[in-house]
Design a protein. Structure first.
Length: 118
């Protein structure tokens, strides 16, 4: 499975942005998809997750109500839509694929930078 993120950039606080993650290889029902982020000097943290088949989503409390994860199965692409961005959302955002069988996050993209200016 290969994952490629795009859509990062610089945005003002309160603004919106959408990240994309194009998946290739064996995805589908064997994997759930998610987003993580890593801010400078901090550990990588979970942001959101979506099941490919059911579309059931799960969010970190810090982004609930401001971020939306979605997927387009026909395009094999997962999205992360940001609303009401805050400077503390500044981070490198990573797309990842989680094995449904083991629960481990097996595949990662290269990351895309999101910078929110105050």
């Amino acid at each position: 499975v290969q994952l490629a993120e795009s859509g990062g950039g610089l945005v003002q606080a309160g603004g919106s942005l959408r990240l994309s993650c194009a998946a290739s290889g064996r995805t589908g029902s064997s994997y759930a998809m998610g987003w993580f982020r890593q801010a400078p000097g901090k550990e990588r943290e979970f942001v959101a997750r979506i099941a490919w088949n059911s579309g059931i989503t799960y969010y970190a409390n810090s982004v609930k109500g401001r971020f939306t994860i979605s997927r387009d199965s026909a395009k094999n692409t997962v999205y992360l839509q940001f609303y009401s961005l805050k400077p503390e959302d500044t981070a490198v955002y990573y797309c990842a694929a989680q094995s449904v069988a083991s629960g481990t996050w097996d595949y990662w993209g290269q990351g895309t930078q999101v910078t929110v200016s105050s």
